[in-house]
Design a protein. Structure first.
Lengths: 361, 512
């Protein structure tokens, strides 16, 4: 018989080890999935995990690691602060879209004026757009006690409609021959978030992600606000006793996560994506939830998890191309990762006892 | 000599870093009330958990009427005839008594039969209880009766009771003792864990004393003085708390017409509570659990906000200030619930020291935490209040209840508050530690602090407080000087008899 025994102290070793074990089990279960789809599982795993880094076309894929990892990390860092405090912003995708629309809108409003002030202005507009979108569930929760999970999630679909409306209406490229989508910001120097070091994929969004990792680490470990966030998640009653104002914490956590998601959207639209279009969002806001948990809600963990997730994205795309694996299979594969991680989480606080006859020893 | 009901032989159980039980041996005879005495961390809980099948001993054996007894799980122990009433009740507030009893049974009979059996048992043993009532509405004493009846329905041979009187009024304690004596006369053995030595002297036939996991002796409580037992338990001479001067200071804390709704379901609303505490004074507030204690503490600590004027500190209205602001002006509190309220279970003692110490100890600068001074503060608490832990980096939940209690009280006392409000300061704490905590509260009062002690331990309140009042359904009785109060007076105050009301019928209600 298997039984779980609560550890007196959460295991540090397991909390570090579980992501790794989860990745290994995911490879195994994913392999079975790919085999069931009639593909060679070893080849599929190699294509997903090895080829993007060391394969024949690695020079092309490696920069993609930062391009795709940057927004994931930036969003996940913001989400992790709320998740630590038990405030569940599931709508980062919507905030990402709104950040992109506001940021791109601010830039396009000045087209074709060239000025060094335009890009910083876009950054501010993007951050504010995401922040404002996240304030909707925040204020509703504070004022009326609504559930932020539902409200933030629903607002994703509102934001998607907004995106469609913008690409077909207000922000549509007047010189675009009637095609939906805005002007391409890659062709507008003042607004273009270009690669900072050629061939690395490094752009301002990646820089912002690294800064967010560092600031979040400092906040959580050195600052009383980070302590209050952790305390609220661990023991809400103790937090209230300790003098934490729950209202202010909700506004802060949702605000900061919305702001970072908005920034990620802005950096994406002004850089790799280039333009506002109907299919601009590709699910970074949702995948970032996985990244946040895969990284144990720890800034450094999120950094690594974001890169790993980016790898599965890139590898998944290659696998779709070369092995003609369905896109859904890749999504299931990513989902498995979160599933196994959460399942293994139990080992951090419990130890497994194999007991034959007799009870826990 | 006849075969004992249960014989423990060399039971040993070690946890990483600590030997909870080191070759403990003793016998429980048929039909005796056997006391198990010991300080916190002496290994009492581990020992009874082994008997009840929750923990497996590393070595040693148990003999049940001469045959080997090694329960692998509580179900097996129950089948043999062991029943246990835990210190913390495991009841569902929203269900009724019969449903709660049924949940704890292996094969519950149909509800109607069960209700009848509950009525029968409650009549036989003098434990009045209506099976149809919702548990959320019951007093702590009545909840305990649910647990006891649940055990009695299994017809146990050995009933283990862990600190059963900590939540009872004196009248309820008397009812419980009558029940236990009746059980004993019917041949049921009782293993009685308590740190209230007078109770043990009144009730128990034999006592086994544990210290640091070892059996350090046994005695016949009826012929041994409480002081001697306490000294065997602690292994040294016990200091009785002493007061120095009588209070004659100015009024520090004044509460006027405090009424507030409870924030939680099944909570008790506070109704027109008024009292004042002077510098150097200790006000003791008694009352059965669930009569507004938690809410009163929340209102005083700032977790529950009220009109500014209802709570005044040195004449300054503070009822609308939150916990941090109140700490700033010297009002500190220690809630009853240690894990989850007074301390965050998964956080280290250092982080828990920051929980209330941040403001008065100056542990932050511009919002940045100075972890070095925080650690020093935590270690100061640990040394000065004799908190037994391998280190300040341990999670709060890894400490035993009594040790964590010492930490929680020490954290507030060391911050030199002007007004300190504590709820159940020595709940589940052994005699020596309780004496130390009480002494620290008295010393604090002697230095001029105004202290409110909310407690269900009446002996404690009589020992340390200058004046006494009782909470009943959110109301506060008249406050009277402690000297000259009899147990009967107190029982009536707790039952809700106010000065102007006729005491007779209310007193009956209190014991019903």
């Amino acid at each position: 018989m298997i039984r779980l025994e609560k550890r007196p102290q959460p295991s540090r070793a397991w909390s570090l080890l579980t992501p790794l074990v989860a990745v290994i089990i995911t490879m195994f279960a994913g392999g079975l999935l790919f085999a069931a789809l009639g593909k060679n599982p070893f080849e599929a795993i190699r294509v997903i995990f090895y080829d993007p880094l060391f394969g024949e076309f690695a020079f092309y894929y490696r920069p993609q690691l930062l391009v795709k990892g940057g927004p994931l990390i930036l969003i996940a860092i913001g989400l992790s602060l709320g998740f630590r405090a038990g405030i569940w912003n599931i709508g980062a995708e919507g905030q990402y879209i709104m950040g992109a629309i506001c940021g791109a809108g601010a830039g396009l409003a000045f087209y074709p004026t060239e000025s060094v002030l335009i890009f910083p202005l876009m950054v501010i507009a993007g951050a504010l757009g995401g922040w404002a979108w996240a304030m909707i569930p925040a204020v509703l929760k504070v004022k009326f006690g609504t559930n932020e999970i539902l409200v933030s999630l629903m607002l994703v679909y509102v934001a998607e409609q907004m995106l469609a409306s913008m690409s077909l209406g207000l922000l549509k490229n007047p010189e675009g021959f009637g095609f939906p989508g805005s002007r391409n910001l890659q062709g507008y120097e003042s607004a273009f978030n270009s690669e900072l070091i050629a061939g690395t994929g490094m752009h301002w969004g990646v820089v912002a992600a690294f800064i967010a990792v560092i600031l979040s680490y400092v906040l959580l470990n050195k600052h009383i606000l980070g302590y209050n966030i952790r305390l609220t998640g661990e023991a809400p009653r103790a937090a209230r006793f300790g003098g934490v104002n729950p209202t202010r914490l909700i506004l802060f956590c949702l605000g900061i996560s919305g702001m970072l998601a908005g920034l990620a959207g802005l950096f994406e639209v002004s850089g790799p994506a280039g333009q506002i279009s109907i299919d601009f969002n590709v699910g970074y806001g949702f995948t970032a939830i996985i990244v946040a948990f895969l990284g144990r809600l720890h800034p450094v963990g999120i950094l690594l998890a974001g890169l790993l997730m980016a790898l599965t994205y890139i590898g998944g795309e290659i696998a779709q191309g070369t092995l003609s694996l369905p896109a859904a299979a890749i999504q299931v594969f990513q989902g498995m990762l979160l599933f196994f991680l959460l399942a293994l989480d139990v080992l951090t606080n419990f130890r497994i006892r194999l007991a034959a006859k007799g009870a826990a020893a | 000599m006849t075969t004992p009901l249960l014989s423990l032989q060399g039971l040993t159980k070690a946890y990483p870093g600590v030997v909870a039980n080191d070759a403990v041996s003793f016998d429980i005879q048929e039909g005796e009330v056997h006391a198990l005495l010991g300080e916190n961390g002496a290994g009492k809980s581990t020992l009874v958990k082994m008997i009840y099948g929750l923990v497996k001993p590393d070595s040693g054996t148990m003999l049940w009427r001469g045959t080997e007894f090694a329960p692998s799980e509580p179900r097996q122990a129950r089948a043999t005839g062991v029943a246990m009433v835990f210190q913390h009740f495991s009841l569902f507030d929203a269900l009724d008594v019969a449903e709660n009893v049924a949940l704890g049974m292996e094969n519950p009979p149909p509800m109607r039969d069960l209700a009848q059996r509950i009525r029968d048992v409650s009549e036989t043993y003098g434990l009045p209880l209506d099976p149809g009532r919702t548990v959320g509405d019951l007093s702590a004493g009545e909840r305990q009766r649910v647990e006891i009846i649940r055990c009695l329905l299994q017809d146990p041979k050995l009933l283990i009771m862990d600190e059963p009187t900590s939540v009872l009024t004196p009248q309820e304690v008397e009812i419980l003792f009558q029940t236990l004596r009746k059980l004993k006369s019917e041949g049921t053995s009782i293993l009685y864990i308590s740190h209230k030595l007078e109770e043990i002297r009144a009730l128990c036939d034999h006592a086994t004393i544990l210290r640091l996991g070892k059996n350090v002796g046994s005695c016949t409580p009826a012929t041994t003085s409480a002081r001697d037992m306490a000294e065997m338990m602690v292994g040294s001479t016990l200091q009785t708390p002493t007061r120095s001067a009588a209070p004659d200071g100015s009024t520090l804390l004044k509460v006027t017409n405090l009424s507030a709704q409870s924030g939680k379901a099944f909570g008790t609303a506070l109704k027109e509570i008024s009292f004042a505490v002077k510098s150097g004074e200790i006000l003791g507030l008694g009352g059965v659990a669930g009569n507004g204690q938690d809410e009163l503490l929340a209102a005083l600590s700032g977790e529950l906000l009220t009109n500014a004027d209802t709570i005044q500190i040195r004449g300054e209205a503070v009822g609308n200030l939150g916990p941090s602001q109140r700490r700033g002006i010297g009002v500190l509190a220690a809630p009853e619930e240690r894990l989850g309220h007074a301390a965050a279970p998964n956080m280290s003692l250092i982080e828990n020291a920051l929980l209330t110490g941040a403001i008065r100890q100056g542990l932050t600068r511009n919002g940045f935490v100075n972890w070095r001074t925080t650690k020093a503060f935590a270690e100061d608490i640990i040394t000065q209040f004799d908190v037994r832990t391998p280190g300040s980096d341990r999670a709060a939940r890894a400490l035993s209840g009594g040790n964590l209690q010492k930490f929680v009280i020490g954290r507030e006392v060391l911050q030199a508050p002007d007004v300190l409000v504590v709820n159940q300061p020595t709940w589940g704490v052994d005699a020596a530690a309780a004496a130390a905590i009480r002494q620290s509260l008295m010393n604090l009062a002697a230095k001029g602090a105004a202290i409110v002690v909310i407690s269900q331990d009446l002996d404690e309140l009589m020992e340390i407080s200058d004046r006494f009042g009782a909470l009943n359904e959110g109301r506060l009785s008249a406050i009277r000087p402690t000297t000259g109060l009899t147990i009967e007076d107190i029982g009536l105050m707790m039952g809700g008899a106010h000065d102007m009301e006729a005491p007779g019928p209310v007193a009956e209600e209190a014991t019903a």
